[in-house]
Design a protein around this ligand. Structure first.
Ligand code: ADP
Length: 659
């Protein structure tokens, strides 16, 4: 578009410059031609002057001829013949030159030929006369008369020749004058005409260029205005978007959009209705409505036919520029009209090509919505439709989530109840199992002590098995009780010094450590953590016992205890040189009764690590292991870090309940 305009502009400029140059060149050409014509006419005048001068010169020579001869004839003195002889030697040349000058004029050439014939004749006569005179003879009168007649004719012809030339000269002088006037006038006239034409032409071109510029300026201004309006519109739509996004409910969603849209569209009231095609009803869900009569409609269900006689009509945008003159109006618009509304714009709302409602904008001003208003309203309605649909979906999901949450809470409560019942049952069973076990142990011991002599060695061996089985079962029940207690105990968290906890655990396992000749290194001082002290001591005892127990026979257990800080956590590690654990078993060993070896190889109940995991979880910590088979293990526990203050608040003696 810009390129085309530039080409047109360049063509115009070329025309403005080119045409005057062409015209001025033409004017110069015509002037040169005129001047050449004038010069040629003037040359002819000069030529005629030359002819006349040459004619007079020839006439003078003829006179000299005649005069010279006459003097000689009168005196007989040859001195008088000198002018004759001189003229005679020149006369032919003079005639030749004259003939050359009038070669283009046949009449004069003919006349000159005649004169030359006469002159030749006269010359012949005069030769004879001079010869006679030299012989001393007397010239007869007839000779004189003949020559006089010849000379008269010559004179006469020459005079006519000169008259003719002078006439020609007069004619040519007049032609010069006429041509001069013609040249002057045509030059002036041409200059004036070309000047006027050029002035008019340049004026028109300049006018056109200025008009083009004016048009271009207007277009540029219009485009700038359009761009400005587009930017305003974009900003407004952006604001509407933001308002839609900010909204918490469908009502506020619609109200926000309507309030923001009223800044760029000239409507006074607007509302959004949703349709239920199955029930043939509709509902105005929200809007900014001024009249009380219509306001009462918000939230109530009305017939779908109130919006349009046929459902298919609802699919399209309906614009009624003037409700007062509209031929047919649906009841809702009649109601609006009765409230003073004159112009109404209804835009359908679609989601995935499914019509689900409409937006209505109305005002008391006739034909208030132009094409741009239509497009803005359509754009906002489309966005609003998606937002409403999303909101509806969100509400639905929220309802589902709430229902689900409630169900989960109910199930959790049920589970907790069952769990508690189960734990109580386990506790009771474990607790109650101990009494008959004690009885069994007691009677087995009585048998051993009182009936040793009555029992053979096999019987005594059986009693030994019973005693060992009872001890094993007692340990199992004790561990189970400890685990069960840990689940039910109330745990109070406080600042705990890990150094003292480790020392306590080492103290409690000292006998075992000595038996195993274990070598323990503790990287003191250890930091403070938030934990439940006695549970933590129990956890460490279990880890230490395992570290001592699970070593290859004949290997001295070497145990390292150290702590690392990780952000707000303290990780305490118990590193051993034991048999290690294959990666695939590292998670399951933390479950109850999970063991990787037979009791005969490594004795145990399979509850120690379950107590570690349970205890650490109850203290909001984490526990794990890093290990490779035959490469030792690093069991770790992580607990929240405690900030130390001046008085060491690690209160080991703080009473706590673990029951
Ligand atoms: P128990 O020690 O009574 O067998 P635990 O719950 O303490 O039960 O341990 C479960 C299993 O985890 C053990 O039987 C053993 O196979 C493995 N285990 C625990 N600690 C270690 C360790 N330090 N090194 C190698 N294996 C271990």
């Amino acid at each position: 578009m810009l390129n085309i305009a530039q080409t047109v502009f360049r063509r115009k400029i070329a025309r403005i410059i080119g045409l005057p140059i062409i015209l001025l060149l033409s004017l110069s050409g015509i002037s040169i031609w005129q001047i050449t014509r004038l010069l040629s006419v003037m040359n002819w005048v000069e030529h005629t002057d030359q002819v006349i001068a040459q004619a007079y010169f020839t006439q003078k020579l003829l006179v000299d001829l005649e005069t010279g001869v006459r003097g000689y004839q009168l005196t007989g003195n040859r001195e008088f013949l000198q002018p004759y002889e001189q003229s005679n030697s020149q006369i032919n040349t003079a005639f030749d030159e004259l003939a050359n000058l009038v070669v283009d004029n046949p009449t004069q050439t003919q006349r000159l030929k005649l004169i030359r014939v006469e002159q030749t004749n006269w010359n012949r006569q005069i030769y004879q006369a001079i010869a006679r005179k030299e012989r001393g003879e007397t010239e007869p009168l007839a000779g004189f008369q003949l020559r006089k007649r010849i000379m008269d004719r010559i004179r006469n012809e020459l005079a006519n020749f000169i008259i003719t030339e002078e006439q020609l000269r007069t004619q040519r002088t007049q032609a010069v004058q006429v041509t001069t006037i013609q040249v002057i006038f045509t030059s002036i006239a041409l200059a004036i005409v070309i000047g006027i034409f050029l002035a008019y032409f340049i004026w028109r071109q300049v006018l056109q260029v200025s008009q083009n510029y004016q048009t271009a300026l207007t277009i540029a201004q219009q485009q700038a205005q359009q761009a400005q309006r587009a930017a305003q519109r974009l900003a407004a739509l952006h604001n509407i978007d933001k308002a839609i996004l900010r909204a918490e409910s469908i009502e506020s969603l619609i109200n926000n959009a309507l309030v923001k849209m009223s800044e760029i569209l000239p409507y006074q009231q607007g509302f959004v209705a949703v349709f239920d095609f199955e029930k043939s009803t509709s509902k105005i869900i929200a809007g900014s409505i001024n009249t009380r009569e219509l306001q009462s409609l918000i939230g109530t269900q009305i017939a779908l036919t109130d919006f349009a006689a046929k459902a298919s009509e609802l699919q399209n945008i309906r614009y009624i520029a003037d409700l007062a003159t509209a031929q047919s109006c649906p009841p809702i618009l009649i109601q609006l009209r009765s409230q003073g509304i004159r112009c109404s714009l209804c835009i359908p709302m679609f989601v995935e090509e499914r019509l689900f409602g409409e937006m209505n904008l109305s005002t008391t001003v006739v034909d208030a919505f132009d094409e741009e208003a239509h497009s803005i309203a359509s754009e906002v309605t489309a966005q609003l439709a998606i937002a409403i649909q999303q909101s509806l979906l969100r509400e639905q999901i929220q309802t589902y989530a709430n229902e689900l949450e409630q169900r989960v809470a109910e199930r959790t409560a049920q589970l907790e109840e069952t769990n508690q019942e189960l734990e109580a049952f386990t506790y009771t069973i474990s607790h109650d199992l101990r009494a008959p076990l004690r009885t069994m142990q007691g009677f087995a011991q009585a048998l051993q002590e009182d009936y040793t002599d009555k029992l053979d060695s096999v019987g005594q061996e059986y009693i030994q098995y019973i005693t060992e089985g009872a001890v094993q079962m007692d340990t199992l029940i004790a561990d189970l009780l400890a685990y069960s207690r840990l689940s039910r105990a109330q745990i109070e968290m406080q600042k705990v010094d890990l150094t003292s906890v480790v020392e306590e655990a080492l103290k409690q396992t000292s006998t075992e450590l000595q038996e195993q000749q274990a070598q323990v290194t503790v990287a003191k001082p250890l930091p403070l953590v938030i934990a439940h002290r006695s549970t933590l001591v129990q956890i460490l005892i279990n880890l230490l016992s395992n570290a001592m127990k699970f070593v290859q026979p004949g290997i001295q257990p070497t145990i390292q205890i150290y702590a690392e800080e990780q952000q707000n956590w303290i990780q305490l590690s118990v590193l051993d040189n034991g048999i290690g654990i294959a990666p695939e078993h590292q998670e399951r060993i933390f479950r109850v009764f999970e063991r990787l070896h037979g009791v005969e190889t490594y004795p145990g109940t399979g509850i120690g690590l379950a107590i570690v995991r349970k205890g650490i979880e109850r203290m909001n910590g984490r526990a794990g292991v890093e290990s490779q088979l035959s490469a030792g293990s690093r069991f770790w526990i992580a607990l929240p870090k405690a900030v130390p203050h001046s008085n060491n608040s690690d209160d080991a003696s703080t009473p706590h309940s673990d029951n």
